[in-house]
Design a protein around this ligand. Structure first.
Ligand SMILES: *Cc1c(COP(=O)(O)O)cnc(C)c1O
Length: 238
């Protein structure tokens, strides 16, 4: 991992070079695609900017990055309306757990919501999309590791939930998202996600983070969510 790893683990004083890191991550995605005969254009790099200082996000935007991932509605709301005025083509994905009572803010803020995993949340998002007229694409989050403490619909319930999102709520479901257990083979989880996606006619597969995005790409990820490898370590949450 070379420089990226060093920076990710370096002291707080080591300022990450966001532009260099972005270039390195893109290069690795390209290599992973070449290895398995995929087209690089079929993989979207989502720069995960949660808890990162604004200067690092600005550096990524200046370096040409346009797709970002955020985890907290309030934090995203404190910066993206402003950033979007300067970068109208920026695309922001909600990848963190979403409370139903924040659906309205989330629909207003985000282009894509990847963490849809329960009927009440799907209903709330659909209602806000209908009343605001703002189009939002949806990923259904699947708990591929069947971990009790984790969000996501369980694999055996995924088909019914996807159907509910589409048919009952008219949501534009474009893919599936997973956060596999860190200590398990991401290949198996990506394969399971791909299987559920295929039988539901979905093309989007959001899986892979700083530690494993290349492997995820090799196994078919269309969206990788990379934070610390681009922005450096996240400052501790205060
Ligand atoms: C924080 C986060 C990431 C990025 O994690 P890194 O290890 O910093 O790349 C990706 N996906 C989700 C859902 C996250 O919460």
């Amino acid at each position: 991992m070379g420089d990226v790893r060093e920076q990710a683990e370096g002291s707080e004083k080591t300022k990450p070079n966001v532009a260099d890191n972005l270039r390195a991550v893109r290069e690795r995605i390209t290599q992973a695609c070449e290895q398995c005969g995929r087209n690089t254009d079929d993989v979207t790099l989502i720069a995960v900017s949660k808890s990162q200082p604004l200067t690092r996000i600005a550096a990524a935007l200046e370096a040409g990055q346009r797709v970002f991932g955020e985890n907290y509605v309030q934090e995203a709301g404190s910066r993206w309306p402003d950033l979007r005025r300067r970068y109208p083509d920026a695309e922001v994905h909600m990848i963190g757990g979403l409370q139903t009572n924040k659906a309205k803010d989330a629909v207003a803020l985000f282009d894509v919501i990847q963490s849809v995993d329960r009927p009440r949340l799907a209903a709330a998002i659909a209602k806000e999309i209908a009343s605001s007229g703002k189009p939002v694409n949806i990923f259904v989050q699947v708990n591929t590791g069947e971990e009790e403490q984790k969000a996501g619909v369980w694999p055996e319930a995924a088909d019914d939930f996807i159907t509910l999102c589409r048919n009952d709520h008219g949501l534009n479901v474009v893919g599936l998202m997973a956060i596999p257990p860190a200590d398990e083979d991401i290949a198996l989880h990506t394969a399971l996600l791909a299987k559920i996606a295929a039988r539901n006619g979905l093309s989007g597969l959001s899986v892979g983070m700083s530690a494993d995005y290349e492997t995820a790409v090799t196994f078919g990820a269309t969206h990788v969510r990379v934070g610390s490898a681009i922005f450096g370590p996240r400052p501790p949450k205060s």
